[in-house]
Ligand binder design. Structure first.
Ligand code: HEM
Length: 392
């Protein structure tokens, strides 16, 4: 019975890294029969094959869905409306509208938010004997940044950050009667109301810019805010949590960054490679083609495992090791090609701010419990990472 790579149980332990090693060594292309993912799918793992699938010239589309679970009979209903599952003209239009709100140009405005949030994180860590980074540190910074980008008014921000924290993995005790899925729905209700407000009273934020364009319905604005919300939270929080894990697994790394602050920049890239929170992306072939010697037929889904490609030793010698100064580091953590992460600059800013402050204040990280991995084939991340800190 061949392995169903859609099975989320495969990703709850570090055995997945041994599985990737074997697939990389044999340069495998694996077909998973229809099962948990109704249409089945091809999988590719090597840096070369993953780059080939995501290349702008490759005959593949995201428009029917971009993750395992793809069902040819019931394609993604946001297809052609939401940035990450749009192609061609409409994709370019959305990118032009949303891009400026996520670009490096926002850095000066975001610095104060980042500085305040990182200081809060450090104060919290200092005040506790042990802290679950996955629940109470990882989600905070991304939630604050996404609120800033979307244009949530200051007076409503704390509430929305708490809701986002609860929806994406945290355990906010103030929402103990709400499931994370209900918290996500609550956020969408909030966005709906914010859209109506911005329609009456435009501002200089993302929601107002999407409305002003005139081509997006309320629902289109909503799904694209949701894209930024999920894209910004579901990934970055695991890179942040994983940075603490890397500092624990490779003692001395914080001292290295403390002694040579120029290494913070390359270390940010290494965090994204080593953590690879977006485990895979899926594409559907728009023509018969060939990837790494494997024939792919028009209409077949192909899963590009970014998490495996980022541990391909042909590109990354000693791939499981966290090397803060790793150069070159052509990782695929942010994807590649036309859908390359639009929030990459913001994610880098968040990680840079965190690593810089941590290296100044902390000497090391120790585990205070087991590392708990998420049960997910899409997000390579943590459901728990309890640590104690060693301060300078
Ligand atoms: C797209 C990863 C942070 C917003 C993507 C894609 C990946 C990715 C792999 C490509 C999806 C595809 O090819 O189908 C990551 C990682 C992050 C991160 C690893 C953090 C470490 C962020 C942040 C934001 C964001 C902070 C916004 C606040 C987006 C958006 C897209 C995207 C809007 C869609 C781009 C398009 O389709 O053109 N991200 N992301 N991401 N990401 Fe990120």
């Amino acid at each position: 019975m061949p392995l169903d790579l859609a099975n989320p149980d495969l990703y709850t332990t570090e055995a997945r890294f041994t599985m990737w090693e074997e697939y990389l060594r044999t340069d495998a292309k694996v077909w998973s029969d229809p099962g948990l993912s109704p249409s089945g799918f091809w999988s590719v793992f090597s840096h070369r094959d993953v780059s080939a699938v995501l290349s702008p010239k490759a005959p593949f589309t995201s428009e029917h869905g971009m993750m395992i679970g793809f069902d040819a009979e019931h394609p993604d209903t946001s297809g052609g409306r939401m940035l990450v599952v749009s192609e061609g003209e409409w994709h370019s239009t959305l990118k032009r509208l949303i891009g400026p709100f996520l670009s490096r140009l926002r850095a000066p405005e975001l610095q104060s938010v980042l500085h305040r949030e990182v200081r809060d994180v450090i104060d919290r860590l200092r005040s506790e004997d042990s802290t679950d980074i996955a629940a109470s540190v990882g989600p905070r910074l991304p939630a604050a940044v996404v609120c800033e980008v979307i244009g949530v008014p200051l007076s409503e921000r704390e509430h929305l950050i708490d809701l986002t924290n609860h929806a994406f993995g945290g355990e906010e005790s103030s929402f103990d009667r709400m499931t994370p899925a209900e918290a996500h729905t609550e956020i969408l209700f909030y966005f709906h109301e914010l859209i109506e407000r911005r329609r009456r009273q435009p501002g200089s934020d993302l929601v107002s810019a999407l409305l002003e364009d005139g081509r997006l319905s309320t629902d289109d604005v909503l799904v694209n805010c949701d894209n930024v919300l999920i894209g910004g939270n579901e990934t970055t929080r695991h890179s942040i949590t994983g940075a603490f894990h890397a500092f624990q697994a490779f003692p001395g790394t914080l001292d290295t960054l403390h002694d040579d602050p120029d290494l913070v920049r390359p270390a940010v890239e290494e965090v994204v490679r080593w953590t690879s929170p977006a485990a895979h992306v899926l594409r559907v072939a728009t023509a018969d083609c060939e990837i790494g010697g494997q024939e792919i037929l028009k209409g077949q889904p192909v899963v590009a495992w970014l998490s495996a490609a980022n541990r391909d030793e042909r590109l990354f010698p000693d791939p499981h090791r966290f090397l803060p100064g790793r150069t070159p580091n052509r990782h695929l953590g942010f994807g590649n090609g036309p859908h390359h992460c639009l929030g990459a600059a913001l994610a880098r800013l968040e990680l840079h701010a965190l690593l810089q402050e941590l290296a100044t204040d902390a000497r090391g990280v120790e585990l205070a419990g087991d590392v708990r991995w998420m049960r997910s084939n899409l997000v390579q991340g943590y459901s728990g990472l309890k640590v104690t800190m060693d301060w300078r």
